[in-house]
Design a protein around this ligand. Structure first.
Ligand code: NAP
Ligand code: MG
Length: 476
């Protein structure tokens, strides 16, 4: 029993003006479609609104609008002019940040303290950052007169709905492309609010088109013959389908796929600090993070001590209402994802790993999973190899730095990794040997628009963020 209990501190929903039904955002306007589906709050299963699922004809209309806007308005517009729109969008996101954060937490299930302090500020920062590049493209190292590609088709997942939209749209627009974007089936609402923000910013019609729907809508974008560039974030499985679909066409493609990151703790690390980093690495956003530190590799000599501290810390995590400002872990995004997590956790138990969760009361309605760790995990276990994409940590141990590197790299993925040690020389030596796109040292899950992000191997190809992120939207 803790010394005291927190009083509920719910953020008010009243700032969000939900409509009962949303159309598709095509050519600067919301247009109705025939196929309407409900979108819910994963924390309560309450219906929030109806959205339209776009069919092939709707996608075609959106691509045509994007092509017209590209040819007539956005492509020819001087970079300094494009920048003004991007700065305006960045400012409006900041101004409407509370509204965006509440809506994101409602539709996604993530804690308000994360949508408020991470997702929304970073989304705004991405637009500010790429706005700054729009008039400086000739100095970005891609030749004296780099050209946009044309129409970008963008498909994003549900784990960071607004932030992934920003990662996709900001560099595309800065480089002079127009876009057709599909948010994930379960999290369409902040993308639709972003469409309203485009209207508020007077963005010329057709520059941004938002088509909601499921996988088929995504496939219609990817396969549309007049799309010049495909940008995708999501599962490796769908990434493979997309790579096959664009092979043999002139479409450029970037894929940001899954991960199974190693978070490596050496015996000389500051243990309490490492524990905070481990918690952040796997329980941030319910573990729905492609670069989550889902494999903890801890040096054997400190394993017992570290696990004791980690369990003590996990017992203080507050699971529950995403809109409560004290909540650390919110709802799992969908019934489908919850069943995937449950299946893999059961597999872990079946394979003989030891499962532990702190005592924690889960709400009756909605989709919930208690923070969980597995110890006694071997490299052959499925929970050490497959992406669980939930609040589940697999713990392995090692004796020597060479063994840590060997185990860390023993994965088909290569998106991120973490190193915890007091020795700077060790950080550099280990980072050099890890096959991962991002390596954090004595921290984890730190993001910045200036820093490129992307994977090796089955984690995909291409980089988003930073100067590198422009390259994916420029012809060379
Ligand atoms: P997903 O199916 O890959 O979804 C990503 C996006 O692609 C969604 O917008 C999805 O639409 C769309 N999509 C689905 N099939 C498509 C197709 N054939 N062509 C074009 N677009 C298509 O991922 P998921 O089903 O949401 O999650 C499955 C697993 O993927 C998770 O358990 C996790 O391991 C991994 N994942 C990774 C990331 C990441 O950031 N790397 C993000 C999300 C999920 P719908 O939303 O309608 O399915
Ligand atoms: Mg899916």
């Amino acid at each position: 029993m803790s010394a005291f209990e927190y009083a509920p501190a719910p953020e008010s929903r009243s700032i969000v003006n939900l409509q009962s039904s949303y159309g598709l955002f095509i050519d600067g306007e919301f247009v109705d479609g025939d196929d309407r589906r409900k979108t819910i709050s994963p924390a309560t299963e309450e219906v929030l609104a109806e959205v339209t699922w776009a069919g092939t004809a709707d996608v075609d209309r959106a691509v045509k609008a994007a092509r017209r806007a590209y040819t007539k308005v956005w492509g020819p517009m001087p970079g300094a002019e494009r920048a003004k729109y991007l700065f305006r969008i960045a400012r409006i996101i900041a101004e409407r940040s509370r509204e965006l954060a509440v809506l994101e937490s409602l539709n996604n299930g993530k804690p308000i303290k994360e949508s408020r302090d991470v997702d929304v500020p970073l989304a705004s920062a991405h637009f500010f950052y790429y706005a700054g590049w729009a008039d400086k493209l000739p100095y970005a190292g891609f030749g004296a007169d780099p050209r946009p590609l044309g129409v970008a088709g963008q498909v994003i997942p549900w784990n960071f709905p607004l932030l992934m939209l920003a990662w996709k749209i900001a560099p595309a627009l800065a480089a002079g492309n127009t876009v057709v974007l599909k948010p994930a089936e379960t999290t369409p609402l902040t993308a639709l609010l972003f469409a309203e923000i485009c209207q508020q910013a007077d963005l010329p019609p057709g520059v941004v088109n938002i088509v909601t729907g499921a996988g088929e809508t995504g496939a219609a974008i990817v396969n549309h013959p007049d799309v010049d560039k495909v940008a995708f974030t999501g599962s490796t499985e769908v990434g493979r389908i997309i790579a096959r679909a664009v092979a043999g066409t002139s479409k450029k493609v970037t894929l940001e796929l899954g991960g199974k990151a190693a978070n490596i703790v050496f015996e000389d690390a500051a243990i309490d600090q490492a524990v905070e980093g481990i918690v952040n690495g796997i329980f941030f956003n319910q573990g729905h993070v492609c670069c989550a530190g889902s494999r903890l590799l801890v040096q054997e000599s400190v394993a017992d001590q570290l696990l004791e501290s980690l369990k003590r810390r996990m017992a203080t995590l507050r699971v529950g209402d995403p809109l409560d400002k004290n909540t650390d872990i919110g709802a799992i995004n969908s019934a489908e994802q919850l069943s995937r997590i449950k299946t893999l956790a059961d597999v872990g138990e079946g394979e003989g790993a030891d499962r532990w969760s702190p005592p924690c009361q889960l709400p009756d309605r909605g989709f919930w999973f208690a923070p969980t760790i597995f110890t006694g995990v071997s490299q052959a276990h499925r929970i050490a190899r497959e992406e669980i994409f939930g609040p589940v940590l697999s713990v392995l141990t090692f004796r020597t730095p060479a063994e840590a590197v060997e185990k860390a790299n023993n994965t088909p993925y290569g998106l991120s990794a973490g190193i915890w040690t007091e020795k700077g020389s060790r950080i550099l030596a280990i980072a050099d040997q890890l096959r991962a796109g991002v390596v954090w040292a004595n921290t984890f899950n730190k993001f910045d628009p200036t820093s490129p992000f992307g994977g090796y191997k089955e984690s995909g190809y291409g980089r988003e963020g930073g100067r590198h992120g422009l390259e994916a939207y420029l012809a060379q």
